[in-house]
Design a protein around this ligand. Structure first.
Ligand SMILES: Nc1ncnc2c1ncn2[C@@H]1O[C@H](COP(=O)(O)OP(=O)(O)OP(=O)(O)O)[C@@H](O)[C@H]1O
Ligand SMILES: [Mg+2]
Length: 534
């Protein structure tokens, strides 16, 4: 298939330069991009405006953080500024000139590029091929070898290490994120907007990314990044703008504000997470993985003798840098990947290499890492997605008829408990939900049944504080009722707050297991990098 695709790749000589090339370099502090009283509505979907009178600007040389709860309108604002959506009302100015952006390509030509919340690359193609595909309609057409060369230069210049010849499907989330950024940098934009760029990155990768963003600002770019995390705002931005349910609640110099003020601007009230942990006695093993071996995507061994046990009423946190076998481990447990050797026992029954369906029916709930791709079916409505796993059973259906009144009641209850922002359960396609609202939907669907075994991969990525608090508390409640939870996360704070026991995975092996109460963050960090437990 690849070869047939390759012939569509551009082989034209380097042609015209883009419109902004050769234009005067902006002075530090010059406003590069500005929105004036911008409104966005989706009539027929929502009754209210999704963005209401937004005045926002980005200056040359600054990193500007955009903060807000799930569904506040951050992604929509980014879409408006980068040509994916057009505003219902209001104006957008690029370097002082009023523009109407016709397409993302048009925005790129004018020097504004956006890196998306979700990955957008074609998985079977290489990094360079993906960039080249994007160039097809552009006036900047290069042969593949030139694309590769330019990518190498860019990755060198900005410290974004990626092999242009690597296939996307073989890359870790962190590497894919770098590709997404390089794809935009390829156009040399003056303004770069990144939508939750760190949500799939390890702490170290995030640190590197912010160094890259700082570097870009120093070179005179304007950088906007969307986030939920205060540490990132205070660690990496010069200014911060807060949105709340479609309204701008303020723009501050980062050095002149604090967490409490930002929390108030975001939520209107304070949220603090305090978890109560009651001892749970049972010693019964719910999930047992014994000496498991499995191959990874490139056919190299990804799991090399993993053993672990999660008991009833226990949260087992698996810490590790992405790409050390976590993904393969989950895939084998949930039946999506074959084990080469070893066993998976669920509730005492051998479920090794059973079908995902069988494993689901045995009582395992799975919260996957890749939400849009694995967690939901995008074209289906929100209500349909809510009952994806239940519709075949009573009371959801009877004699192959859906019990609509029951389903509606059920879904309404979940929507209100998990605070999913959705205009119409039966008409809204889940595609239009914000990233965090999709995760809320998945959590609601997986957790309402009070499953006795949960495998959760980064369950709170992309969630705002309030939703994190809700999820953590729910996990604790389920734990008290006897649910076993295998928690995979790179967020050590999350692992340390929730877990009873912590295991560290490195290069396909568990290199140490410890009681969470006695665990030290620094030590876990070291073990994640490969140092052995004593
Ligand atoms: N194409 C669309 N049609 C209708 N509604 C939409 C569309 N795109 C977004 N919305 C709605 O606009 C609101 C704001 O969405 P947006 O994606 O900007 O949120 P966000 O602040 O990025 O949230 P998150 O942190 O969860 O990603 C949401 O309620 C969403 O469902
Ligand atoms: Mg978003």
């Amino acid at each position: 298939m690849l070869d047939s695709l390759k012939k569509f790749l551009p082989r034209v000589k380097a042609g015209k330069r883009r419109k902004t090339a050769g234009v005067r370099k902006p002075k530090k502090g010059e406003i590069l991009l500005r929105t004036k009283s911008v409104c966005k509505g989706f009539p027929g979907v929502w009754e209210h405006l999704i963005l209401d009178n937004i005045d926002f600007d980005v200056k040359a040389g600054e990193v500007h953080a955009l903060l807000g709860e799930n569904g506040a309108g951050k992604t929509v604002l980014a879409f408006l500024m980068s040509g994916f959506y057009s505003a219902t009302k209001g104006k957008i100015y690029i370097r002082g000139k009023s523009v109407s952006l016709k397409s993302p390509k048009d925005a790129l030509d004018r020097g504004v590029g956006m890196v998306h919340q979700e990955f957008t690359c074609a998985r079977p193609l290489t990094v360079a091929e993906n960039v080249a595909l994007g160039l097809r309609e552009s006036n900047l057409s290069f042969p593949l070898s030139k694309v590769e060369k330019k990518l190498e230069e860019l990755s060198e210049r900005y410290g974004l290490k990626v092999d242009p010849k690597a296939k996307i499907e073989d890359l870790s989330a962190g590497e894919q994120q770098r590709v997404e950024i390089l794809k935009v940098l390829f156009y040399e934009p003056q303004v770069i907007i990144l939508d939750e760029p760190t949500s799939v990155l390890t702490p170290q990768e995030s640190k590197n990314l912010f160094a890259v963003l700082r570097n870009m600002a120093k070179e005179g770019h304007g950088v906007v990044f969307i986030t939920h995390k205060f540490e990132e705002v205070f660690g990496a931005s010069d200014r911060v703008t807060v949105l709340r349910l479609g309204k701008l609640t303020g723009t501050k110099k980062t050095s002149q504000t604090n967490r409490r003020e930002l929390a108030r601007m975001m939520l209107g009230r304070k949220v603090s997470v305090h978890l109560k942990r009651k001892p749970v006695k049972s010693r019964k093993v719910t999930l047992e993985v014994k000496d498991l071996y499995a191959l990874g995507p490139k056919g190299v061994s990804a799991l090399r003798g993993v053993s672990l046990r999660v008991r009833r009423g226990e949260i087992f946190g698996l810490a590790g840098v992405a790409g050390n076998g976590q993904r393969e481990l989950i895939e084998v447990i949930t039946g999506l990947r074959k084990a080469e050797k070893g066993k998976v026992h669920i509730f005492g029954k051998d479920m090794t290499n059973h079908s995902p369906r069988d494993i689901l029916e045995a009582g395992l709930a799975h919260i996957p890492e890749e939400r849009r791709r694995v967690g939901i079916s995008e074209p289906m409505t929100v209500a349909e997605n809510f009952i994806l796993k239940d519709y075949r059973t009573s009371p959801f259906s009877k004699r192959s008829f859906l019990n609509l009144s029951f389903i509606t009641k059920h879904v309404k209850k979940l929507v209100s408990e998990f605070e999913v922002l959705v205009p119409d359960l039966w008409r809204t396609e889940s595609r239009i939900l914000s990233g965090g609202n999709i995760q809320r939907l998945i959590l609601a669907r997986e957790l309402w049944r009070e499953p006795r075994l949960i495998v959760a991969s980064h369950p709170t990525y992309g969630l705002d504080l309030k939703a994190i608090k809700h999820t953590w508390e729910l996990f604790m409640k389920l734990r008290e009722k006897g649910t076993a939870l295998l928690l995979i996360s790179e967020d050590l704070d999350e692992i340390m707050s929730l877990s009873d026991r912590i295991g560290v995975i490195f290069e396909g092996k568990i290199v140490g297991t410890m009681d969470a109460a006695k665990a030290k963050k620094e030590k876990i960090g070291l073990m994640m990098m490969g140092s052995k437990a004593k």
